[in-house]
Structures are given as structure tokens and as C-alpha cells.
Design a protein around this ligand. Structure first.
Ligand code: NAI
Length: 329
């Protein structure tokens, strides 16, 4: 089957080629899928999409008109696909429901350690011949209280890592995870988690209920100097409110792998361009803010798992089978 694979970088191609082993004709395209780029799928029986591709109703109509018969997402989230429109046009949609949750949880832990021990500053300082310690004072994580919001696959891994550090872990979830409770973690209200945690890490999905979960009201209920880690989704945080909390010192540090307006910025080399996003530019001025570019998932294990599952999903689409990873409206 000929597949138009949108938003591909060289690292995607290597893993997809290895998993494909020649069974489908993968046509690699750099652009994101949008109304203007949909015609690039001409001649393909399926499209393969990532997080910043947009398959809204208009795009789906255009794809169906070109003869595309299926959509294979190579990510877990599907908020960027109009599932009702896909169903109307008879286009099955598949996704990769799980790949290494360990990689994401480990990245959250790496962000926390870097933030606490100022590794981002120490790294550049030492290379500049400055071996002074002023400004690098952190705190022991041992014995501190870590709040985990969302205890699914990734949150559970993160809670386990933090118990290994000797932290007291509090969790909040709409559905309690017994495996997390078995670690000795207490499930508490969001209010109590905000009030007691020295570190808060977000691992819940983006839904209408969780959008701007961390806003001015939530920040006001937190401990002075709390560290906030977000590897979930950018809009879980109201960035403007977080900037105010950084300025007032309420927030002692922020480490994010996702950002509300990351699209068009993250995954691109803009080092020779002028950054047009003033909010992101302001965030990058704080010494106690670390931003990574939605890379938490980016491990060899996760990339291989994403490619394997995507190719299996393409086999299902080619055979007209629903398959285990179909997503329905
Ligand atoms: P999961 O579905 O296994 O777990 C999500 C958990 O959040 C569930 O336990 C669910 O009950 C809980 N939840 C839902 N609504 C909630 C609410 N209002 N308050 C508290 N908890 C709530 O998902 P998984 O695999 O653990 O992924 C979590 C999130 O991590 C994803 O939704 C995605 O946004 C993000 N992610 C980020 C990646 C990155 O590279 N930065 C990579 C993969 C996922």
C-alpha cells in the first residue's frame, strides 16, 4: 500500500524503514498535513500522521476525494483528527496507544533533577571557566513531597521513580490506580496535593476538564517555591499565570517539555530566526525555567515501538481489518 507519511524527520524515517521491511511503499513528506498540503497525498491509499498534523473535516474531505482510505496516527493522542468527519467519509483511524511510558517518566525525572540542582546553569558555567557555586543551591529530594497528577501508565512510572528517591508521593486522579496505591502512595484531593507538594508533576491528558488546570487560583494554593514539571500537554498550564508566579517567587522553578503554543516552534531549528512568541521568549529568560522541545518520548525503545505498531496498523488498514488500535468517534 502506498502511504503518504507527513511531518517526517530523518530520525522517523530510519525507524519506520526498519519496521516496514519493504512491505508498504512509504512516501516521506516533510510538511505537516493541513488544507494546503493535503494534495501531497495524491496516489496514496493511507496517510500517516503525527501530533502537529491537522486532519479536520475539510482536510478529511480532501483526502477522501484523493482516494485515501485510512489514517494511521503514529502517536497516542488523536485530538488533531476530526473522528466524526473521518467516520462520515468511511476512513478508519488508528493510533499507537502505548509506547515506552518509562522514557517519558524518566525525562520528567531528568527535568526535575536538572531544575533542582541547576544542571543547565552548571553545564554552561563550568565550560566558561566559572567554577563558583553561587546560585546553584538545590535541595535534597529525599524526604520531600512529590505530587503526581494523573496516575496512568506514565504517572505510575514517575511515582515509582520518586518513591525510589525516598520521596513521599501524593497522587490525584479521577480513577485511582491500585498499582500506584501499592507503592505506598496516598491518593488525595487536588487541593491537598497543591497545598503539600514541594514538586508537582503533570501526567494527565488534555481534556476540557484539565485545560489550564494550573492557573492563578491553583498556583495561589501551592507552597511558596514549589517546582512544577509538565511533560503532559502544554495547555494543562496557563502560561501567563505561571509567568506571574515565577516573577513573584511563588513558583520556585518550572520545567516543561510541552508548551501551549508549541506548534510551529517545537521540532524546528529556529536558531537563525527571530522568536515571534513573546511568552515563550519571556519564559526562556528565567534562570529557573527549563524548556525541552516535546522530546520526552524520544528514546530508541519508544521510536522502535511506535514504528512497529504503526506498521502493524497499516497492515490492518491495507487488509480492511478493524485491528486492535482503531479509534472511534
Ligand atoms: P494514561 O491514559 O495511561 O493515563 C492518564 C491518567 O490521567 C489516567 O489515569 C486518567 O484517569 C488520568 N486523568 C484523566 N483526567 C484526569 C483529571 N481531570 N485529573 C487527574 N487525572 C486525570 O496516559 P499516559 O500514557 O500515562 O500519558 C499521560 C499523558 O502524557 C498523555 O495524555 C499525553 O498528554 C502525555 N504524553 C506526553 C509525551 C511527551 O513526549 N511529552 C509522550 C506521551 C504522552
Amino acid at each position: 500500500m502506498r502511504v503518504a507519511v507527513f511531518s517526517t524527520k530523518p530520525y522517523d524515517r530510519g525507524f519506520l524503514d526498519a519496521a516496514n521491511a519493504g512491505r508498504h511503499e512509504l512516501v516521506y513528506l516533510e510538511p505537516h498535513l493541513a488544507a494546503e498540503t493535503a494534495p501531497l497525498a495524491a496516489g496514496a491509499a493511507a496517510v500517516c500522521l503525527f501530533v502537529h498534523d491537522h486532519a479536520d473535516a475539510g482536510v478529511i474531505d480532501a483526502l477522501a476525494g484523493l482516494g485515501v482510505r485510512g489514517i494511521a496516527l503514529r502517536c497516542a493522542g488523536y485530538n488533531n483528527v476530526d473522528l466524526a468527519a473521518a467516520a462520515r467519509r468511511g476512513l478508519p483511524v488508528t493510533r499507537v496507544p502505548a509506547y515506552s511510558p518509562h522514557g517519558v517518566a524518566e525525562h520528567a525525572a531528568a527535568l526535575l533533577l536538572a531544575l533542582d540542582r541547576r544542571l543547565h546553569r552548571a553545564y554552561s558555567r563550568v565550560r566558561d571557566g566559572n567554577f563558583a557555586l553561587d546560585g546553584l543551591l538545590g535541595f535534597d529530594l529525599y524526604g520531600k513531597t512529590v505530587g503526581v497528577v494523573g496516575t496512568g501508565k506514565i504517572g505510575a512510572c514517575f511515582a515509582r521513580i520518586m518513591t525510589g528517591f525516598g520521596c513521599r508521593v501524593l497522587a490525584h486522579d479521577v480513577a485511582e490506580n491500585p498499582a500506584v496505591r501499592a507503592l505506598g502512595v496516598d491518593f488525595v484531593t487536588l487541593d491537598r496535593l497543591f497545598a503539600e507538594a514541594h514538586v508537582i508533576s503533570l501526567h494527565c491528558p488534555l481534556t476540557p476538564q484539565t485545560r489550564h488546570l494550573i492557573g492563578a487560583a491553583a498556583l495561589a494554593r501551592m507552597r511558596e517555591g514549589v517546582y512544577l514539571i509538565n511533560t503532559g500537554r502544554g495547555p494543562l498550564i496557563d502560561t501567563a499565570a505561571v509567568i506571574q508566579a515565577l516573577k513573584s517567587g511563588r513558583l520556585g522553578g518550572l520545567a516543561i517539555d510541552v508548551y501551549e503554543e508549541e506548534e510551529g516552534v517545537f521540532y524546528e531549528d529556529l536558531s537563525a530566526a527571530i522568536l515571534a512568541d513573546d511568552t515563550l521568549a519571556r519564559l526562556l529568560t528565567f534562570p529557573n525555567v527549563i524548556v525541552t522541545s516535546h522530546q520526552a518520548f524520544f528514546t530508541r525503545e519508544a521510536m522502535a515501538a511506535i514504528a512497529e505498531t504503526t506498521l502493524a496498523n497499516l497492515d490492518d488498514l491495507a487488509a480492511g481489518r478493524p485491528g486492535p488500535n482503531a479509534v472511534r468517534a
